[in-house]
Design a protein around this ligand. Structure first.
Ligand code: FAD
Length: 278
């Protein structure tokens, strides 16, 4: 059976990078993904930019757009207004996230929503039409969840609030995903958990990603990237790591694979081709 694929892109950081993003969306759409998701800046700073990209996917391709939304720092009324803005633009599928407070702000503003589960409930109360609600999951734990794995309690709360499926944070070893799914199932999580995979083709990007996510260092991948002597060798190292990971995940049985596409299509297409998924 064909493995479901999906992609994540982010709004262009400046007008110069927009054409490459739209070309990537056109090319990724040809691979017949279940959806393309578009990230959302903290504090709503990018809602217009996200909407522009989501509208492009909706109007210019046959692919379903899925809008990331964050809620931390917003009151219930503000978040409901945001959801309505997206619904009015004909965007009905969401990835509901808590998000993070901007650097330097330690405390939640009064009356702010404080968890993704609250946003899941709010989306379900505002949306009258049919639509899907995805949520985030963290195979190796969210940075705020300690040994007691409060991220799994949070995932359970998101499921109870009405989430349809989860997409994971990136990870580097298939065993991390499968162990997590087993643990989540033993806690009562029943929704599909789609693994999120990021092909990483430079040691600098790997270092940045580890810093942002708190993931443990994938020693072999880092060495391969560091020892690669030129761009094509680094690209090869990153592509082959991601392709092997996906092949192992598909072999073990996954409900789909979600690729963090970094607004380009050549590497992710090659990863999927080598993994035997397209
Ligand atoms: P929540 O699920 O609300 O939980 C955060 C943590 O709080 C939990 O892990 C847990 O430790 C604790 N917690 C919450 N509820 C409970 C509970 N009921 N019981 C016990 N503990 C609880 N960020 C952006 O700003 N924009 C994006 O577009 C974006 N896209 C993302 C896409 C994916 C696939 C992923 C995995 C992450 C993305 N993020 C994005 C990052 C995300 O916003 C951060 O990881 C944020 O810190 C947590 O969001 P969350 O939705 O997991 O929060």
């Amino acid at each position: 059976m064909k493995t479901q694929i999906s992609f994540e892109v982010y709004p262009p950081r400046n007008p110069d990078s927009a054409p490459a993003l739209y070309e990537a969306i056109d090319e990724l759409s040809k691979l017949d993904p279940a959806f393309i998701s578009v990230t959302f800046g903290a504090g709503g700073s990018e809602s217009k930019n996200s909407l522009e990209v989501l509208n492009y996917i909706n109007n210019k391709t046959h692919t379903i757009p899925l809008a990331h939304l964050t809620c931390v720092g917003s009151t219930s009324a503000q978040a409901a207004g945001l959801v309505s803005e997206f619904l009015d633009a004909d965007i009905h599928n969401f990835l509901a996230l808590r998000g993070d407070l901007p650097a330097g702000i330690a405390e939640l503003p009064e009356e702010s929503l404080s968890s993704a589960a609250e946003l899941v409930s709010l989306i379900r109360s505002v949306r009258k039409e049919r639509g899907l609600t995805a949520v985030a999951a963290f195979p190796n734990g969210h940075p705020e969840s300690g040994e007691n794995r409060s991220d799994i309690a949070a995932l359970l709360a998101k499921q109870e609030a009405g989430a349809d499926f989860a997409i994971t944070q990136l990870f580097f070893y298939a065993a991390d995903y499968f162990n997590f799914v087993d643990q989540a199932r033993s806690w009562g999580v029943r929704i599909p958990i789609i693994p999120g995979i990021m092909p990483i083709t430079s040691a600098k990007r790997l270092a940045r990603v580890l810093e942002l996510t708190g993931e443990r260092d994938p020693f072999e991948l880092r060495k391969n990237l560091e020892l690669a002597h030129d761009l094509s060798a680094r690209t090869e190292a990153g592509i082959s790591w991601a392709a092997n990971l996906i092949a192992e995940l598909v072999e073990g049985g996954v409900p789909g694979v979600h690729l963090y596409a970094f607004n380009e299509y050549k590497n992710v297409t090659e990863v999927l081709r080598r993994a035997g998924v397209i």
